[in-house]
Ligand binder design. Structure first.
Ligand code: 13P
Length: 217
């Protein structure tokens, strides 16, 4: 099977994004994984390959039924990548990482409330925390898809974070933004109970963002 220049560029972009996640400090080691929609399936990172050593041919092409070349090993989290891309026609990229502040809140089973107007970039007035389930399971995937309903990001209880978007760049940008929000919320909680912005204001911001270039997705 020959790889087109477009597919090769997507494979390299996934590797670059993985390396960026660690350089930006929103992930550690090989804890994260990334996928991008491709043709009638997805390109997803391989399991447990250090990002520095990852090569374009190791990125797995997976059909929407979960099948892939037998000699390839997709991320252990391929199921939620596949299920999100399958159920969300508005989304073409999925970024999963274990950013420290997101994970601190997720361990506590907390969602991120509207402490800052930038939460609107994640599609609504909260970033939900999906209930815990073992990594790689159908259950975790179902929880993640539900927590992402009408949203572009969620936390995963005792685990980490997922950010999704129309493009890989947008999903990456949002992943960094969600970690910033988690950090700000965590900081506020050291002082007391933070006052929240009303839902109507978040909706107003969401609409303004669309005209500002910070459109969702
Ligand atoms: P992979 O190396 O299989 O992608 O798994 C890491 C992970 O994030 C498990 O949640």
């Amino acid at each position: 099977m020959s790889t087109t220049a477009e597919e090769l560029a997507k494979r390299q972009a996934i590797i670059d994004a993985c390396r960026r996640m660690n350089a930006l400090g929103i992930n550690q080691g090989t804890s994260g994984n990334i996928s991008v929609r491709h043709v009638d399936g997805l390109l997803v990172t391989p399991t447990s390959v250090p990002y520095e050593a990852m090569t374009p041919d190791q990125i797995v092409f997976m059909a929407m039924d979960g099948t892939h070349a037998p000699d390839q090993k997709p991320s252990s989290e391929w199921r939620f990548h596949r299920d999100i891309l399958k159920s969300r026609g508005d989304v073409n990229a999925v970024v999963h990482a274990h950013p420290t502040y997101c994970t601190i809140l997720a361990i506590m089973g907390m969602e991120i409330p509207p402490v800052h107007y930038m939460i609107a970039a994640a599609g609504g007035d909260s970033i939900r925390c999906a209930p815990y389930a073992t990594f790689g399971t159908v259950e975790l995937s179902e929880h993640a898809v539900r927590a992402l309903e009408g949203r572009l990001a969620c936390l995963l209880d005792h685990h980490g974070m997922i950010a999704i978007g129309k493009t890989l760049d947008k999903a990456m940008w949002l992943a960094v933004e969600v970690e910033t929000l988690a950090r700000q919320y965590h900081g506020c909680l050291q002082i007391g109970k933070p006052p929240l912005l009303p839902s109507e204001e978040i909706e107003r911001v969401r609409q303004r963002m669309a005209g500002y270039g910070l459109s969702e997705g």
